[in-house]
Design a binder for this molecule. Structure first.
Ligand SMILES: *Cc1c(COP(=O)(O)O)cnc(C)c1O
Length: 223
């Protein structure tokens, strides 16, 4: 644990700075359950986890005191446990995964809110749906009765400054609005998740209502 940082105070400061209506998701990767608990003590309501095993360890300590967002890369062999533990999946980006989530949810009688991850920079190696494919993808995903498409998530291209990321946030916001307007049955464009430690201010200005923040709360990651 990084003793130089008061995690609860950093969380409180950040929460008080956020525009009303913007939800903080605490990005917990590589942090211990005790550190994550400190963020909860500081008022955080949502924890974002990239890795199932880390999430399970944190869940043992924190349980239902938080709402659990899956923000990592989905893996087929972990979907069953992800569906059991998490309250929302932010990173849906294939129909194969949608089908597996549907099957796992059906088995346990759960409806899973999902955000569709958008590869807004159209980067070949990156996860996420290409923006032009998003409406068709969402239409198809909405056909799964145990999924509730509830918004969009994007990372934006890596290693860009906040200013350079801004047009990508604007483009994601525009797509979010267009899909919302198009009125696809069973789809609600409610959450727009974008912005991290170095970019959340621009993301909020461009319309994000969910920000995923780690380093600003916990300090730099060691590995
Ligand atoms: C790590 C991570 C974040 C937060 O990154 P910070 O720069 O530490 O704020 C946000 N979203 C995702 C998907 C992440 O993996």
């Amino acid at each position: 644990m990084n003793r130089d940082i008061d995690i609860a105070a950093a969380t409180r400061d950040l929460l008080s700075e956020l525009t009303p209506g913007v939800e903080l998701v605490v990005a917990a990767k590589t942090r211990s359950p005790a550190e994550v608990m400190e963020a909860i003590n500081g008022g955080a309501k949502n924890i974002g986890e990239n890795y199932l095993d880390e999430a399970e360890r944190a869940f043992e300590v924190i349980g239902k005191k938080a709402c659990w967002h899956f923000i990592g890369r989905l893996q087929k062999n972990k979907i069953g446990r992800i569906v059991e533990l998490f309250d929302l999946i932010e990173t849906l980006d294939s129909i194969d995964m949608a089908r597996l989530i549907e099957a796992s949810c059906t088995a346990i009688g759960k409806v899973m809110p999902v955000l569709v991850e958008i590869n807004i920079g159209r980067e070949p190696q990156k996860s996420g749906i290409m923006p032009e494919e998003a409406p068709g993808f969402i239409q198809e995903a909405a056909g799964f009765r145990h999924l509730r498409v509830s918004g969009l998530m994007t990372m934006g291209p890596q290693n860009l400054s906040q200013g350079e990321l801004r047009p990508y946030f604007t483009a994601t916001r525009r797509l979010f609005g267009e899909i919302g307007q198009s009125g696809i049955a069973r789809v609600e464009m409610r959450y727009l998740s974008m912005g991290m430690t170095d970019s959340y201010r621009a993301a909020i200005e461009e319309g994000a209502n969910v920000v995923r923040i780690g380093s600003k709360i916990f300090g730099p990651r060691s590995g």
